[in-house]
Write a protein that binds this ligand. Structure first.
Ligand SMILES: Cc1cc2nc3c(=O)[nH]c(=O)nc-3n(C[C@H](O)[C@H](O)[C@H](O)COP(=O)(O)O)c2cc1C
Length: 200
């Protein structure tokens, strides 16, 4: 059974990114995956403190707060879904706080290690970015996904996928876009299948 962890980065519990993530995760669950969802906005945590203790004396982030069980769940997942609105051309602060804390997933000396040995996580994980963008211009903010896909590749997320909707601004906008929800469900069903399933 595929283990999916979904992190909601929006402060709006029923916002567009959450609706898209829910369509994806609901379909994955119906297709047999185990899904655990964390709403980051309800948690209390700090960003990375740059103490480097995870590189000197520990194998994981030494901060103990509400993000600790989230980091542990992500460590064990097959698929990580990161759902976020675009805020000032970026992911939300809530999600960025989590991303910075994944520094603890990198091995000591990671910068000089060959690809495949940099991460403390088991290889072959899939990253899914779910992005809700208010602006209708599709050519705007296209840098977000490739940037984080590249960075999280170092951590063992060797495959990355994108579900993105533009021109979704108000609550209910994504809900009213059947093609977006259908794309989400299709991706969810695909992700629920272990790699190689049905390939014969
Ligand atoms: C603080 C803030 C900053 C935003 N910045 C942008 C932006 O830079 N570009 C954009 O297209 N939309 C921007 N938006 C609009 C959101 O991306 C849009 O409303 C999105 O659907 C919100 O997702 P949610 O419903 O999941 O919270 C911003 C909204 C807020 C509240």
């Amino acid at each position: 059974m595929r283990n999916i962890v979904c992190l909601l980065g929006s402060p709006r519990p029923k916002g567009n990114s959450a609706v898209m993530a829910q369509a994806l995760c609901g379909a994955a669950e119906a297709a047999g995956a185990a899904v655990r969802t964390f709403a980051l906005n309800g948690l209390t945590y700090r960003g990375c403190q740059g103490c480097l203790r995870c590189k000197k004396e520990a194998e994981a982030c030494v901060l103990k707060d509400d993000l600790t069980p989230v980091l542990e769940a992500v460590r064990a997942c097959d698929v990580l879904v990161l759902a976020t609105p675009v805020y000032f051309g970026e992911v939300t602060a809530q999600l960025k706080g989590f991303i910075d804390r994944t520094f603890g997933y990198l091995q000591a000396g990671y910068a000089h290690l060959p690809r495949g040995e940099r991460s403390r996580l088991s290889p072959g994980k899939t990253l899914v970015f779910v992005i809700a963008q208010g602006h209708p211009k599709e050519e705007l903010f296209t840098d977000i996904f490739p940037r984080y896909a590249y960075l999280l590749n170092w951590q063992g997320f060797t495959e990355s996928r994108l579900l993105r909707a533009c021109a979704v601004y108000h609550l209910g906008d994504a809900e009213a876009r059947p093609e977006v929800l259908e794309e989400a469900r299709l991706l969810g069903r695909e992700l629920a299948a272990a790699p190689g399933d049905g390939a014969a």
